[in-house]
Design a protein around this ligand. Structure first.
Ligand code: PMP
Length: 409
């Protein structure tokens, strides 16, 4: 698009190839635009055409959930089979408008209007910043945000009804998490990042309630499709009721698109086993790496980009007097069939010298999200690692410039 195109943030000129060095780089959201490169190469297998008369009804031709496209359910089950990250056999699957809607559906399903007090909602700090915001925005009488699960487990409220959100790998810090309250409450596992791009797949997760999203698996955040895998039919039915009350089902157009996208990922792995291709991240550059790995394998592409980025970030921050990032131990990944490092979707950065890390980065034209949104101190910030290549490169050069321009202690 020459002349008329809207350039990506930080790019200008008639063909958008000019880097605007003075621009502010926004890494506040985990917008998964790094996956565009993969889908750009898979235009044909991922295309969706919906004719004017198709998918007009509120209802789907569904076997189980009245608003869920049958084929989407089949492809989701096939995807988990390929990746081995969750048990789906004998489980119920409910689709939602992003896993954000399903988070709210679980709160609705696991609480009751007959309770004398709102149910306590907790998660170990640092917790995903949407949990408090989404729990409390309607001031529900059914549930209320209480905060850090570690603190909750030490108090007397521990005896009251509660729901613990376990996000693993965790947003924002990438850590593998388990329930910590260990009382009689419900546990919801948010497995948005339990995909081989980000973390070794160590087992097929088999929890009562598991939430997944297309946003972080294939990168199609704009399609707004998430799914819950559930053991209990009663919980599944109540979650479906929530989706009915909230949005009268889920966009069928989006479900058709999601079906095609997931199908294309599954087909990418149909003819050879994942183990044939290790992730060789030691010597190749980002571009040659993503070209080197088999073109049709989404998780190989995702892992190669993420591992490359993490290595670059670690290299550029090694010996930094300004910033530190978490360390992780590699684990054996059943999907790649080898030891694999963690490569989280976010960099959880700690400023060593300044109290307000978000403000400090903003002065340096980097927008991040402060630790205070995640229930911890302002010396922490979260930065997205999922942006397009150019933006990631700009982040690295700015962090390096900050470090070199400030005198060591
Ligand atoms: N859970 C976690 C941990 C997330 O990071 C996100 C997206 N930022 C979501 C859920 C919501 O995803 P969706 O786009 O499907 O609503």
């Amino acid at each position: 698009c020459v002349g008329t195109c809207k350039c990506y943030e930080c790019f200008g000129g008639v063909d958008c190839s000019q880097v605007i060095h003075s621009c502010v780089i926004d890494l506040d959201h985990g917008d998964p635009t790094m996956f565009e490169e993969f889908w750009f190469r898979h235009e044909v297998s991922s295309i969706t055409v919906i004719l004017g008369y198709q998918r007009m009804s509120y209802f789907a031709q569904s076997k189980h959930v009245w608003f869920m496209e049958n084929e989407l359910e089949l492809q989701i089950r096939a995807l988990h089979e390929v990746v081995g990250n969750a048990v789906t056999e004998g489980r119920h699957i409910v689709v939602g408008t992003g896993s954000t809607q399903l988070f709210q559906a679980t709160l609705y399903a696991l609480t009751s209007p007959d309770q004398p007090k709102p149910t306590n909602i907790v998660s170990a700090a640092p917790f995903y910043s949407s949990y408090p915001a989404v729990t409390d925005y309607l001031r529900s009488a059914l549930f209320k945000w209480v905060g850090d699960a570690a603190k909750f487990s030490l108090g007397v409220e521990r005896e009251e009804p509660y729901i613990e959100m376990v996000c693993s790998p965790n947003n924002p810090d990438g850590r593998i998490q388990h329930a910590i309250v260990n009382g009689t409450g419900h546990v919801v596992h948010d497995l948005a990042y339990y995909w081989p791009h980000y973390t070794p797949i160590t087992e097929a997760a088999d929890h009562d309630i598991m939430l997944f999203t297309l946003s972080k698996s294939t990168g199609h955040a704009g399609t707004r499709i998430g799914w819950a895998i559930l053991k209990d039919e009663k919980v599944a039915k109540k979650m479906m009721k929530f989706v009915e009350l909230n949005t009268i089902g889920v966009s069928h157009d989006s479900q058709v698109r999601a079906t095609q996208i997931v199908k294309s990922v599954v087909q990418g792995y149909a003819y050879s086993s994942a183990s044939n291709l290790g992730i060789e991240t030691q010597t190749l550059s980002s571009r040659s790496l993503s070209e080197h790995v088999d073109n049709n394998k989404l998780f190989h592409f995702g892992a190669s980009v993420m591992h490359y980025r993490w290595r670059r970030l670690r290299d550029s921050l090694s010996g930094s007097s300004e910033f530190s990032i978490p360390e992780f131990q590699p684990s054996y990944c059943n999907f790649f069939q080898k030891q694999v490092n963690h490569a989280p979707a976010f960099a959880w950065l700690r400023c060593r010298k300044v109290v307000d890390c978000e403000a400090f980065l903003k002065e340096n034209r980097i927008i991040s999200r402060s630790g205070r949104h995640f229930g911890v101190g302002t010396e922490y910030v979260r930065l997205s690692m999922l942006e397009r290549n150019q933006k990631f490169e700009m982040l690295l050069s700015r962090l390096a410039r900050i470090d070199s321009s400030r005198t060591p202690d």
